[in-house]
Design a protein around this ligand. Sequence first.
Ligand SMILES: C[S@@+](CC[C@H](N)C(=O)[O-])C[C@H]1O[C@@H](n2cnc3c(N)ncnc32)[C@H](O)[C@@H]1O
Length: 227
Amino acid sequence: MTGTPPEPEPADAHINASDARSYWQSISADVNGMLGGYAHISHTDLEGSRAFLAKLGIGTKTGLRTVRRALEGGAGIGRITQGLLLGLAEEIDVVEPIAKFTAALAGQPGVASVSNIGLEEWHPEPGVVYDIIWNQWCLGHLTDEQLVAYLRRCKGALRPGGEAVIVIKENMSTSRGDIFDEVDSSVTRIDKKFRDLFEEAGLELVRTELQSGFPRHIFPVRMYALR
Ligand SMILES: C[S@@+](CC[C@H](N)C(=O)[O-])C[C@H]1O[C@@H](n2cnc3c(N)ncnc32)[C@H](O)[C@@H]1O
């Protein structure tokens, strides 16, 4: 018998939300837990993010603007909320499925709400709009279809006026395609896949750059700003 071999299953077909939740439930609620043992790169990461936002006109320095409301998706313990977003936005809504990670965040000044759900379950509150929607190192837990649907909801929740922005900061697969990681049941996508999904979600890519200063042996990390 001859014929074309069956298509290999796409990497995101292996994602299992319950396995991912079990993995994260077993991880300690600290920066080292959030960054897989790489707590020492957190400072460089936050500075890279700050510089990226500054190029979008957002920041605390002269000539830059601070904003009214931000959302952090897949926030973990709130490393970015506390280390970056609280200095830039008056109010922040936090979405993170693992309640033990956000236990210390609820009720903090500037933290408007904490929702312990996955981004695939999140829907914006009616009437609430965001100036910044930050998503980092968590979108690999969503299938391609869930990610497009989530990004469409994000787009609909941006403050009208053309200045609000969705930021995505994720590891980049350096293989030919997306890679499934069975340890935390997530996928690491290639740059092209991200761009295709952004287009499918009706988003415009306004700026993108690679994070610099990270150890050479880890995945490259790319930031995307979208509207
Ligand atoms: C690598 S940590 C990153 C946390 C934070 N973004 C940071 O950079 O410090 C990944 C986070 O994604 C969360 N997560 C897992 N599944 C998720 C989902 N379906 N939606 C949103 N977040 C999810 C995990 O619980 C964990 O807090």
